[in-house]
Design a protein around this ligand. Structure first.
Ligand SMILES: Nc1ncnc2c1ncn2[C@@H]1O[C@H](COP(=O)(O)OP(=O)(O)OP(=O)(O)O)[C@@H](O)[C@H]1O
Ligand SMILES: [Mg+2]
Length: 568
């Protein structure tokens, strides 16, 4: 484990990474919810406690309201009805005009007002009109010459429709609101004769004209005026007006239906929005509550208890992702806290050994009169003090390493040149000990992107370990090659090799296993630091034994081999 491990939440997947052990209570029930502390907020209705829920509902209702307002304002149904009624009235007016034309004498003077040549009242009285229709006949002098009203036919059933409930309430508001949007066609016009007269001038020009207006009561009123032709000349005008109460009734009913639909849609929309909001807001507030609890615990007596982030990773959406990421984050944080605690414990333990030895040496020194013994004890004390000094500086280097690795800027450099320099640097020491130091390096440079001085530290550790384990007649070979985008480097020696059980342990902090006379001169941090540096470069470092044969794992190793692989 690193002295201060790199912080990587993505790696820290509690499910997949066996290194990260969450406290048992972190595991949650199968339904994706977790046994978190009950949130008092949860007792309040969702809509009151969740701004997200309110937003979802508001936006959904807004969309619905725009739709309904659009339907009501544009009112396509009304337009269709109005056009149909107009067309029917135009036909009716033209038909009556044709009847008048047929009744008019072919020759001789005609005066409708004097009933000379034709009796207009008799003509209209002879016709039957539907109820609500008023017929006016004017002569060319715009004088009303005949008038008739439609009467309900015998047996005609008049539907009695109750004022629709919602529309009754809303229609007044509606009329007020929609008044500014009504076009010219809805300009208030006087009923009956007045309305008919308004079109008279144009109809006397020989054209059939119509207009849709509105009575002061708000009902639609249709007026049509058609000319009565006698040859090429206009002989009079037939005008029809109808107060289309029925159309208004139908329109009101239609509006009522739209509003009822709107009401149902509102209920459905609010319901669905609440369901949607609860699947988003509830789990989010659960996650937030768990995180907040963690923050509060950080500064309270509960600090010992671990934060429980609910496991929603089964959800295939962003909330599942968030929960997974948060759990990973928390696990990585605990991992880091644990490792820091472990580091502190290891440091205390490592310092305690020389301190204990120091104390007993000092105590014995007090009681000893023998000069020889005193000199020996002073040697022990000096050795312990030096050991402590080295330990403390090694520990302080190791604990700063993580921060420094992040701070320093990675640059490209030639690994081959670096190894060549290091070998030259160690050559004198090797020659003094009678060890052959062999360099097997390529001619071409291997350019690695990284922190040159830190990586040099790794190879210095490896070479000095090898030198310390080798004796007269042994050999150390350092070789490197570039392959498939990797810079592979090896430090091999013909020393005693590494005990099989210790192959993994040698990279742990403070693990040092050396022959008797060397004991106490090493802190056991060299390989731990090397591993940390190599991993900070995204690389890999491992150790193996060189064996006479692969088949027999128990055979005495012929030496140790350390492999460092870095990305180029
Ligand atoms: N080349 C090697 N051959 C055999 N054993 C080795 C070799 N290199 C390392 N080891 C084993 O791995 C242990 C840990 O090495 P590491 O470099 O971490 O610590 P150290 O050298 O003992 O102390 P320090 O590096 O702090 O002075 C060594 O004590 C030794 O037992
Ligand atoms: Mg070492």
């Amino acid at each position: 484990m690193n002295a201060v491990p790199g912080f990587d939440a993505s790696r820290a997947d509690p499910e997949e990474d066996p290194d990260i052990i969450l406290s048992e209570d972190l595991e949650s029930s199968a339904d994706g919810g977790a046994r978190t502390a009950p949130d008092p907020e949860r007792r309040r209705p969702l809509i009151l406690r969740s701004p997200i829920a309110r937003k979802i509902i508001t936006f959904n209702l807004l969309a619905l309201a725009i739709l309904v307002a659009g339907v009501l304002v544009l009112n396509p149904f009304r337009d269709v009805l109005v056009t149909q009624t107009q067309r029917m009235l135009v036909q009716e007016a033209q038909l009556i005009a044709r009847i008048f034309e047929a009744e008019l004498p072919a020759f001789g003077p005609v005066d409708m007002a004097q009933r000379d040549g034709i009796d207009p009242q008799a003509v209209v009285d002879g016709l039957r009109f539907p109820a609500g229709l008023e017929v006016y006949v004017f002569d060319t002098a715009e004088q009303l010459v005949a008038r008739a009203e439609g009467r309900p036919e015998a047996g005609h059933v008049v539907p009695v429709v109750d004022e629709p409930l919602l529309t009754g309430l809303l229609s007044r508001a509606w009329e007020l609101l929609s008044a500014p949007f009504r076009g010219e066609e809805t300009a208030a016009t006087p009923s009956g004769e007045g309305a008919a007269r308004a079109l008279l001038a144009e109809a006397l020009g020989g054209r059939t004209v119509w207009r849709t207006g509105q009575t002061p009561a708000g009902d639609l009123i249709f007026t049509v005026a058609a000319p009565i032709m006698r040859g090429e000349a206009v002989a009079g005008v037939v005008a029809l007006t109808t107060v289309a109460g029925e159309i208004d009734q139908v329109l009101r009913l239609e509006r009522e239906q739209v509003l009822q639909m709107f009401l149902v849609a509102i209920l459905v929309s609010v319901g669905l929005s609440l369901v949607l909001a609860s699947t988003i807001a509830n789990p989010l507030s659960e996650l937030a509550a768990a995180a907040e609890l963690g923050r509060r615990r950080g500064s309270s007596r509960l600090a010992g208890e671990r934060v429980r982030i609910p496991d929603m990773s089964a959800r295939p959406d962003e909330i599942g992702r968030l929960s997974k990421a948060l759990r990973g984050l928390v696990a990585a944080l605990y991992d880091r806290i644990d490792s820091n605690e472990q580091f502190a414990a290891d440091v205390a333990h490592e310092i305690k050994n020389p301190l204990t030895s120091l104390r007993s040496a000092v105590e014995t020194l007090r009681m000893t009169r023998d000069d020889d013994k005193r000199a020996k004890l002073l040697d022990v004390i000096e050795h312990d003090v030096r050991r402590l000094d080295r330990l403390v500086s090694d520990i302080s280097n190791a604990s700063r390493l993580d921060a420094e690795l992040v701070k320093e800027e990675m640059k490209p450099f030639d690994l081959v040149q670096m190894l060549r320099n290091l070998i030259e640097f160690h050559r004198i020491e090797a020659e003094e000990k009678g060890i052959e130091l062999i360099a097997d390096l390529p001619e071409e440079p291997i350019i690695v992107h990284g922190l040159e001085s830190r990586l040099a530290q790794v190879y210095v550790n490896l070479i000095s370990n090898a030198l310390s384990f080798c004796g007269y007649g042994d050999a150390i070979r350092v070789w490197a090659r570039e392959k498939d985008g990797f810079a592979l480097s090896f430090v091999e020696d013909t020393g005693p090799g590494i005990p099989e059980g210790a192959l993994k342990k040698i990279f742990s902090r403070f693990y040092s296993e050396r022959p008797g006379d060397d004991f106490g001169n090493h802190s056991g941090l060299g390989l731990a630091i090397s591993k940390q540096i190599v991993e900070a470069h995204g690389g890999l470092i491992y150790a193996e034994n060189v064996r006479p044969t692969d088949a027999d794992k128990t055979s005495e190793p012929l030496g140790a081999r350390f492999v460092v692989s870095l990305k180029v």
